[in-house]
Design a protein around this ligand. Structure first.
Ligand SMILES: *Cc1c(COP(=O)(O)O)cnc(C)c1O
Length: 384
């Protein structure tokens, strides 16, 4: 398929004949200004305020998790998730090489060492088969219930699969493997707000899940994140450590742990609440766009990625696969030169200088995808 044909279709679909078409622009169509103004009028713009609590209640309701804890961004939510689940300095954390760098960075912030295991080609996320094979080769569960890496001598403390572009990974299979090997499961659901597996929201299959509300995500509040969990003790720990571990008292400053200033400000939470009120409409709008793309690419050599059976994807970033790297690169060049924003998938984590020394298994699926994937414009389109 000719690149110009694809670009014409994108321009027609976004009703913009010659302007810049972003990959994913925020959509503000509800009560955003009203709520944000309310925080300013009340002076409660910072770490105390009703919108933060409301945001947490909305996130618990949307995901079906018993608890949700607001944070300043997705990266800190991931860091905190690792801390509250007991990941310690020198522990290993398994994740996929195809992810946004924040996943690996958060592991490092917690003192952990990332280990990269391959993805599946169809989900683009962590492969249960590759995980099983890696653990069979390297892992042993000790008498006291710890999973140790025989090759490195370190503890394998946790596993972080990521739902790439909102397409759910085989999370149930991954959860079963983690349970068998006594490995904590943390879902990086930063990109998958509104994505489900068998009707259950992503982020609640493991011990902890995290979300991001960065400017380019489906729902944004400028910057923001959330931790979700069904475990009351973990939820309490997350809230406590995200608010400098301050002991409740009418006026005294007493803190009982080395903690963080990770709580989402009320100003951002106001924006988040207004955005979440429109989540259903935004998801429907994005599904409609994905259906138009699916129809357009039907039968073409450029493959449009669709949700797997039994799953619902949020179609955060629409994704196509080119036949090879040359075609991928040619399309990236021509589209971006034509002011239609497109992006390749991330450079594999194990190829970045700071993670080049990390242990990894065979990564041939991740390498295959790295040479083929391109994200195409995916913004919510203005309602007519
Ligand atoms: C966006 C994102 C994050 C981090 O979120 P921030 O809010 O930008 O800190 C983490 N993991 C993945 C996979 C992401 O896409």
């Amino acid at each position: 398929m000719e690149t110009s044909h694809i670009l014409n279709f994108i321009r027609t679909t976004f009703m913009d004949a010659d302007g810049f078409i972003p990959l994913h622009a925020p959509f503000f169509g509800g009560r955003e200004k009203e709520y944000v103004t309310d925080t300013i009028d009340s002076t409660f713009v910072s770490s105390v305020g009703a919108y933060v609590t409301r945001f947490e209640e909305m996130m618990a309701e949307i995901t079906g998790a018993r608890y949700a804890i607001a944070t300043v961004n997705g990266t800190t939510a991931l860091h905190l998730a690792l801390v509250i689940t007991g990941v310690k300095y020198g522990d290993e954390v398994i994740t996929q090489p195809l992810t946004f760098v924040a996943t690996a960075n958060a592991i490092s912030h917690a003192g952990g060492i990332p280990v990269f295991v391959d993805v599946d080609r169809d989900t683009m996320g962590l492969s249960p088969a590759a995980l099983q094979a890696f653990l069979e080769e390297h892992a042993v569960v000790t008498g006291n219930g710890q999973c140790m890496n025989k090759t490195t001598g370190r503890r394998i403390a946790a596993c972080i699969p990521m739902h790439a572009f909102g397409f759910p990974v085989r999370i149930k299979e991954i959860a079963a493997i983690c349970a068998k090997y006594h490995i904590t499961l943390i879902e990086d659901a930063a990109e998958s707000l509104g994505s489900y597996v068998d009707g259950v929201h992503t982020g609640v299959f493991g011990n902890v899940g995290i979300f991001s509300f960065n400017g380019n995500k489906t729902v944004t509040c400028g910057g923001g994140g959330a931790i979700v969990t069904n475990d009351e003790a973990l939820a309490k720990k997350a809230k406590h450590l995200s608010t400098t571990a301050k002991v409740a008292h009418p006026y005294e400053f007493v803190h009982d742990d080395v903690a963080y200033n990770y709580r989402m400000p009320n100003l951002n939470a106001a924006l988040a609440c207004a955005q979440l009120e429109q989540l259903k409409d935004m998801l429907a709008n994005k599904r409609e766009l994905a259906a138009l793309y699916a129809d357009f690419f039907k039968g073409s050599a450029v493959k449009f990625v669709t949700e797997m059976p039994g799953t619902t994807a949020n179609y955060w970033l629409n994704t196509v696969l080119f036949a090879d790297r040359d075609q991928q690169q040619a399309f990236l060049t021509e589209s971006n030169n034509s002011k239609v924003m497109t992006r390749p998938i991330w450079r594999l984590m194990n190829k970045l200088p700071m993670y080049a020394g990390c242990q990894h298994g065979d990564l041939s699926n991740a390498e295959w995808l790295e040479e083929r994937v391109v994200n195409i414009p995916s913004s919510v389109r203005k309602m007519l």
